[in-house]
Design a protein around this ligand. Structure first.
Ligand code: SF4
Length: 315
C-alpha cells in the first residue's frame, strides 16, 4: 500500500474532505484589533507580530476589503473551492462584543464563506463571546492557545494566563457545542519529552478538544526569546529532533483529534534569530512520513481511539 501521512495521521485536509465532501480552504482575516496581551505586557516571549501571515491589520482593511483581496487569490491557486473565514492573527475575540459580532457577520455574509474559525487566548473567552459564536448557523471552531499544561512553561513564555484558565475556556466552548481546537508548542526550553507527553495526554483525555495545531518553537528576531536564548546559550530544538519527538507523541494523541498543523509554517530566513526552521516543509513532511512508517507509528494507537483512515478516504 502507498505510504501516505494521511493513513497514519488525521490531517486537516482529510477532516475537511470528510466534513464538507469537497475542497475547502481557510482564508486568513483580521478583526484589526492588536493583541491586548502584547500591547499591555509586551506579549509572549516568542511573538513577533511582523511574522503574522495576513498584513490586513497593519493595512487597516475592512473585512470586505480583506475578502476582496484574499478570495480571488485563493481561488486562483486552489480552484473553485469554498472557504472558512479564519481569524488567525492576534487575539481574535478581543474587543467590544458588538464590534466582534459585526466583524464575524461581515465575513460570513460572503457567498464563498461556509464556516468560521477564530483563534484566541483563553482569557478572552467568556459567555458573551461564546454566545455570539454560537449564534451563527455555520460550523464554528474556536482555537485556544494552550501551548503547555505546565504553568512553569506558561510563565516562561509570559503567556499571562495559567493552565486552569485554558481548561476553563475549553470547557466553556465545548459545553456550548463549539468545535474546540488547541495550539501546542513543542520545544519549550526546559520541557522534556515526558512534559510534552503529559500535555498530549491531557488533550486526548479532554472530550471537548477536537483539533490540535502543533508548532515547533521558532526563535524570531526582535523577541524576548531571542534575547534569552542568546544570553543563556539555550539551544532550540532542531527539525530532525522535532520530527522524532512529534512522531513519538502521535500514538498518544486520540485518533479522532484532527491535526491541523504539523510544523510552524511560513517562516522566512530573514525573520529568525537561531535554528534551522527555515526550509522546505514538503521535505520535513517527507522525513516525518519516512520516520512514521519505519517505526510503524499510528496516531492514537496508545489511546482508546486509534485513527481509522478508511473512514476518511475511499481507497
Ligand atoms: S497571545 Fe498571541 S498574539 Fe498575543 S502576544 Fe501571545 S502569541 Fe502574540
Amino acid at each position: 500500500m502507498e505510504q501516505r501521512l494521511e493513513y497514519r495521521i488525521f490531517t486537516y485536509s482529510a477532516y475537511l474532505r470528510k466534513k464538507y465532501g469537497r475542497k475547502v480552504f481557510r482564508v486568513g482575516l483580521s478583526t484589526g484589533i492588536p493583541c491586548p496581551h502584547r500591547e499591555q505586557t509586551g506579549g509572549c516571549i516568542f511573538c513577533n507580530a511582523e511574522t503574522f501571515t495576513g498584513e490586513y491589520q497593519s493595512k487597516g482593511l475592512t473585512i470586505e476589503q480583506q475578502l476582496a483581496d484574499a478570495v480571488p487569490r485563493t481561488k486562483e491557486s486552489c480552484g473553485d473551492v469554498k472557504l472558512l473565514a479564519y481569524f488567525q492573527d492576534d487575539t481574535s475575540t478581543a474587543g467590544n462584543i458588538d464590534f466582534l459580532r459585526k466583524k464575524f457577520t461581515e465575513a460570513l455574509s460572503h457567498p464563498d464563506i461556509i464556516g468560521l474559525v477564530v483563534s484566541t487566548r483563553p482569557d478572552y473567552i467568556n459567555s458573551e463571546v461564546v454566545k455570539i459564536l454560537n449564534s451563527f448557523e455555520v460550523p464554528v471552531t474556536v482555537e485556544i492557545g494552550l501551548q503547555s499544561i505546565h504553568d512553569s512553561s506558561l510563565r516562561f513564555l509570559n503567556r499571562g494566563h495559567n493552565f486552569q484558565q485554558v481548561d476553563k475556556a475549553i470547557q466553556l466552548c465545548g459545553k456550548a457545542d463549539l468545535n474546540v481546537g488547541v495550539h501546542l508548542i513543542i520545544g519549550i526550553p526546559g520541557e522534556t519529552f515526558d512534559d510534552v507527553l503529559e500535555t498530549i495526554q491531557y488533550i486526548s483525555a479532554n472530550k471537548y478538544i477536537k483539533q490540535v495545531k502543533l508548532h515547533n518553537l521558532v526563535v524570531y528576531k526582535n523577541t524576548k526569546l531571542a534575547e534569552i536564548t542568546k544570553k543563556w546559550k539555550i539551544p532550540t530544538l532542531q527539525i530532525p529532533k522535532y520530527i522524532e519527538i512529534l512522531a513519538n507523541l502521535l500514538p498518544h494523541l486520540r485518533g479522532d483529534i484532527v491535526v491541523t498543523r504539523l510544523f510552524t509554517s511560513n517562516v522566512r530566513r530573514s525573520q529568525i534569530a537561531q535554528g534551522d526552521f527555515v526550509g522546505n516543509k514538503t521535505k520535513w513532511m517527507n522525513e516525518l512520513r519516512k520516520y512514521i512508517y519505519k517505526n510503524n507509528i499510528v496516531q492514537g494507537s496508545e489511546t482508546e481511539i486509534e485513527l481509522d483512515f478508511r473512514e476518511y478516504y475511499d481507497l
